[in-house]
Design a protein around this ligand. Structure first.
Ligand SMILES: [Zn+2]
Length: 484
């Protein structure tokens, strides 16, 4: 995008009614490019919107599963042709395409059948681990290699400045891609508790209005048996957190005792819960069932989200069905992390992987369990790639989990469902009166949508198109030091 000829923004604004046109403007050279003499540009994607923020997006296609409060008919892709009026940062109306007459207050912007989504919701990421890959690789792509190398990097490098810079970089990527809300896990052991949680609280405040940021603590379940540790994490969550607690569960001999401590702590403080669960190809790993049992044992009434649950897919069918029934009864929601799972699971040197690494998501959905997919790690030893782009997650998730040919409501998995689990009213859906937080694309159906990365998307926040230029990875070079 950087080398495309620019178009002056005022020229774009003056053209009404607007067709969808590339709209970029050259900015003064940024210092990071000064040495090599290149210019940078701001881009607001393919669509040109009036600067006033009031307009009608006409001939859009919107997933019916994400629409509330509008009577629309869907095509075989579950998409409805609609006109969306935007006023004062909110959606004023959603009507079948062509319903509206002349409306001088809302100049039309013709989307020509392009899919429009609400800004999306990422229910499971690790902003604090993000982008450490250049200084701490995973030597063999294994889960063990990921754990060991993140631990070593954390001990050596995770100062407040380091954590803040990498977390902020991740938030900038997410915003530019069209994400409205993020739940991040925060490594919470020893000295790191006092470093990362205050940074998280600062970033939450600074990013309010752009991205809603939630955080859940992350530590191995065995540390729940350490009263001093539980006290320190609980104190950090109460001071800086979002009423959300969690950890990574393992099949330790004391699993039920440790879960009881975590559940009692959550009930005492009114916390919701978020666990990393069974991220392994070992069918003996059945922490998900232990968590469901704990929910029922404690009559836990808060929201509860379990991530990964990979080994559920490797149970005998009868066992899988009985665990899923318990998960449903316990009111547990499940988030699958397809890109990270496919990277780490079933990896053995010299052997082609036979398993995609993902949980039994279709079976969970069929049983009525709220299911979603999310980004997980970005450019760290758990996942070498990623950019907190939920359109990429939905595209790759569709391929890895075969979400196609199984209903037309999977867009919920990166929008409405995570918004509900995170308690975000109005987010992840399109509704009259709701926020005009939108992603506009040129794709007219799901095959066009998933065929390309939608790099020319326009992202609208509170009725205004934002700069979708991604931060340059070079901005983090100064933190990468001597690279092992
Ligand atoms: Zn995770």
């Amino acid at each position: 995008m950087r080398d495309r000829p620019g178009r002056d923004k005022s020229e774009c604004d003056a053209r009404m009614p607007q067709r969808t046109m590339p709209c970029e403007r050259r900015l003064a050279r940024l210092s990071i490019y000064g040495d090599i003499g290149e210019a940078s540009s701001v881009t607001t994607g393919f669509a040109s919107l009036p600067a006033s923020g009031s307009c009608r997006l006409i001939r859009t296609r919107i997933p019916l599963c994400l629409v509330d409060g509008a009577a629309l008919a869907a095509d075989r892709d579950g998409l409805a042709l609609a006109d969306i009026a935007i006023d004062d940062g909110r959606i004023a109306s959603i009507l079948p395409a062509g319903t509206d007459g002349i409306d001088a207050d809302h100049p039309p912007v013709d989307l020509d059948g392009g899919i429009v989504l609400p800004r999306l919701v990422d229910a499971h990421v690790h902003l604090d681990k993000g982008h450490i890959w250049p200084r701490r690789r995973n030597p063999d792509g294994s889960f063990k290699g990921a754990l060991e190398n993140v631990l070593a990097d954390r001990e050596a490098n995770w100062s407040a400045d380091d954590v803040r810079a990498r977390m902020e970089f991740g938030l900038r990527c997410a915003l530019a891609h069209g994400t409205a809300a993020v739940r991040t896990h925060i490594d919470s052991l020893g000295k790191q508790i006092g470093i990362s949680w205050p940074v998280l609280a600062e970033l939450r405040a600074e990013w309010a209005g752009r991205i809603t940021l939630q955080a859940s603590p992350l530590f191995g379940l065995q540390f729940a048996l350490d009263a001093a540790h539980m006290q320190a994490v609980t104190k950090a969550v109460l001071a800086h957190g979002d009423g959300l607690f969690g950890c990574v569960t393992y099949m330790i001999p004391e699993i039920d005792q440790a879960l009881d401590i975590v559940f009692r702590n959550a009930i005492d403080h009114g916390f919701d819960l978020d666990f990393h669960v069974d991220e392994t190809n070992d069918p003996e790993a059945r922490a998900l069932e232990h968590i469901a049992d704990a929910v029922l044992r404690h009559r836990f009434a808060g929201k509860i989200l379990c991530g990964h649950c990979c080994s559920l897919a490797l149970q005998q069918p009868r066992d899988e069905a009985s665990i899923i029934a318990k998960v449903k009864e316990a009111g547990i929601a499940v988030v699958s992390l397809p890109m990270c799972n496919m990277y780490l699971q079933d990896r053995q040197a010299g052997r082609t992987p036979r398993w995609r690494g993902v949980t039994a998501l279709h079976e969970l959905k069929a049983a009525g369990v709220p299911v979603m997919i999310a980004s997980d790690n970005t450019r760290d030893p758990f996942y070498a790639y990623g950019d907190l782009d939920l359109i990429e997650v939905l595209r790759e998730g569709t391929r890895i989990l075969q979400l196609d040919h199984s209903g037309t409501d999977w867009a919920n998995a990166v929008a409405r469902t995570p918004a509900d689990v995170m308690g975000l009213a109005g987010a992840g859906r399109l509704s009259p009166g709701g926020p005009a937080d939108l992603i506009l694309t040129r794709a007219r159906d799901w095959t066009e949508f998933f065929a390309r990365p939608q790099s020319d998307r326009t992202v609208i926040v509170a009725g205004k198109a934002i700069d979708t230029t991604l931060p340059d990875h070079r901005e983090l070079d100064h933190l990468m030091g001597a690279q092992p």
